[in-house]
Design a protein around this ligand. Structure first.
Ligand code: DAH
Length: 344
């Protein structure tokens, strides 16, 4: 009986059917009234009592396997026959999987980082949940500066002498680098920042910045100007002009805002540059001596410059998409537009 069971199992294994009729024939062959499996059940009566338990289990298992095998064959000839009847060509290759594309903000962030990496900047990152020291205090924000107001900052733990908050700018990373890196320092710090702002075409409560910092002996404003000119021409084209307007930031002295010549109207004036021929791209300046001192750097020996820009702002200028909300709504039709943007 043992051999008979094994032989039937082998037959089931090798069984092939290409039509429903063949499956039915196979069913009768194994499980019909005179089928080989059914016959074994009859033979079972003659098995010695001490062997009954073992063979009983084996036979039940065989019947189960035979039934399952026939069922699965029935299903597979059913679908093939169905497909053939419907005229589907089963040898046709499947539709290719749709490939995603990089997010426009990631493309631009990477482009900015690569431009500075080429001239020797290292990439540095810091925490998004920061303390007041790194976001404000060490950057020379007087205690009553409006940027500390609850209006702009999301606090995680208020009422503490050094409260935790979501960083409002990536300038906090320059403080962390000044505290930890050996001099000279040359870093580029991309990251996500948070501000308590109503969402509109021009503002969002979450966006991205890239901060740059260079500290060494004898760094001057001329070095800053050259670094920014290099960046502007790499980013917006070799004929781009820059213009620096005096400004104020607590952490730089002197401070400046930087405009680039409008790459759409070439300076003639259009609706993107609001007729001025210039587009604002970043803030910058020479690191304030108070900021160097707060991180333990001697301002009588070292000097440096810093700059900071919004990644979405650069993306808006690059692609003339002037509603910030598009970048965050995850509309595949919009995101797919950038699949063909130059690879960076
Ligand atoms: N942190 C500024 C902001 O969020 C941008 C900025 C301006 C960064 C001037 C700088 C700088 O490093 O020197 O608006």
């Amino acid at each position: 009986m043992k051999e008979a069971i094994e032989q039937i199992l082998a037959e089931l294994d090798a069984l092939k059917c290409s039509s429903e009729k063949e499956v039915e024939e196979a069913r009768i062959h194994f499980l019909g009234k005179k089928g080989s499996v059914t016959r074994l059940f009859e033979e079972f009566r003659t098995v010695a009592p001490e062997m009954k338990r073992e063979f009983g289990q084996k036979l039940n298992l065989l019947k189960k396997q035979a039934t399952e095998r026939i069922e699965s064959l029935k299903e597979s000839v059913g679908t093939t026959a169905g497909a053939a009847a419907s005229g589907d060509d089963l040898t046709m290759p499947a539709d290719p999987m749709e490939l995603g594309s990089r997010h426009p903000v990631s493309i631009v962030r990477q482009e900015i980082v690569d431009i500075f990496r080429k001239v020797g900047y290292d990439v540095a990152e810091g925490p998004e949940v920061e303390d007041d020291w790194h976001v404000f205090e060490a950057l020379n924000f007087p205690p009553d500066h409006p940027a500390r107001d609850m209006q702009d900052t999301f606090f995680v733990s208020a009422g503490h002498p050094n409260p935790l908050l979501l960083r409002t700018h990536t300038s906090s990373v320059q403080v962390r680098m000044m505290e930890t890196l050996p001099l000279p320092i040359r870093v580029i710090c991309p990251g996500r920042v948070f501000r308590n702002e109503a969402i509109s075409a021009r503002a969002h409560c979450i966006f991205h910045q890239v901060e740059g910092l260079y500290i060494d002996k004898g760094v001057t404003f001329a070095d800053l100007k050259q670094a920014i000119l290099m960046f502007a021409r790499e980013m917006f084209g070799a004929d781009t002009q820059i213009r620096m307007r005096p400004s104020y930031f607590p952490f730089t002295e002197p401070s400046s805002e930087v405009d680039v010549s409008c790459n759409i109207c070439k300076g003639k004036g259009c609706n993107i540059c609001k007729g001025t021929g210039w587009l604002e791209i970043m803030g910058c300046g020479m690191v304030d001596p108070n900021v160097l001192r707060a991180s333990g750097i001697d301002p009588t020996v070292y000097s440096g410059f810093a700059f900071g820009m919004g990644v979405e702002r650069i993306a808006m200028l690059k692609w003339q998409v002037n509603d910030l909300r598009h970048y965050f709504e995850n509309d595949m039709r919009f995101l797919g537009e950038f699949a063909t943007a130059p690879e960076v």
